[in-house]
Design a protein around this ligand. Structure first.
Ligand code: TYD
Length: 229
């Protein structure tokens, strides 16, 4: 594959987040994208939230076991924020500063959707948390993979096999429907940053649409290269 020329701010990596409900295919597509970027000689790492750093993985364990739920929505949100703070400081920012592209499976839009819309945590609390944990580190691009709830739940159940559903997978269909609506609203509210992709299509079509979203924002080719490199 021809090496893409990257637009703007050379030297800094790009921060791309993947969002979506359960079974939307984030992990599949984040992997395909990382492989494609690496094949194009752009160093890319995959990370995830909650987790992604040793400290944050400890908090992930608490959250997904359902322990955070016992504390109530505000305190559970604080745990997500604590995990994010560690992850941003120790993994995401250092990588971006070294020119590495960071592909993150879930980020602050998950907090907006799960804790904000579904947990009814007040926007003022979420804004305050974001100021502390993220500051001015907004994703350069957010891919939101959209699937009907029934499809996503079926895929998640298949992937899980005989294992127990985690704290969020165990919620009912109405929860997941509202989650989907929340993501669609986020995509509509921030079209510059977010791209909503129909993830019911076959994986190669979804992967091609993800790549198009990157190409439109970050790459330029041929004659324009000198202007942007
Ligand atoms: P994970 O097993 O990584 O789920 P998925 O494969 O669906 O990404 O579990 C992460 C769960 O944590 C997921 O159900 C969404 C939830 N979550 C929040 O509620 N708030 C957040 O800020 C983040 C990052 C995740």
């Amino acid at each position: 594959m021809a090496e893409p020329a990257v637009k703007r701010t050379p030297g800094r990596g790009r921060f791309i987040t993947f969002e979506g409900g359960e079974g939307s295919g984030k992990s599949t597509h984040i992997k395909i994208l990382a492989d494609r970027l690496n094949a194009a000689k752009l160093r890319a790492i995959i990370t995830r939230e909650p987790g992604g750093s040793p400290g944050a993985e400890i908090i992930r364990h608490l959250l997904l076991s359902g322990m955070g739920k016992l504390l109530g929505p505000d305190a559970e949100t604080l745990l997500f924020a604590a995990a994010r703070d560690d992850h941003v400081q120790t993994v995401i920012k250092p990588a971006l500063n070294q020119g590495i592209w960071v592909l993150c499976d879930r980020f602050s839009d998950s907090t907006r959707a799960y804790q904000g819309r579904l947990g009814k945590v007040a926007p003022a609390v979420l804004n305050a948390m974001e100021r502390v944990t993220i500051g001015d580190l907004k994703p350069d691009l957010t891919i939101i993979l959209d699937v009907p709830v029934e499809v996503g739940m079926q895929r998640a159940a298949k992937r899980r096999g005989t294992g127990e559903p985690d704290r969020f997978e165990a919620e009912d269909l109405a929860f997941h429907q509202e989650l989907r609506d929340a993501y669609r609203q986020i995509a509509a509210a921030e079209p510059q940053r977010c791209v909503l992709i129909d993830a019911t299509a076959d994986p190669s079509t979804v992967a091609a649409n993800v790549w198009t979203a990157l190409r439109d924002r970050f790459f330029t080719t041929g004659a324009n290269m000198a202007n942007h490199a």
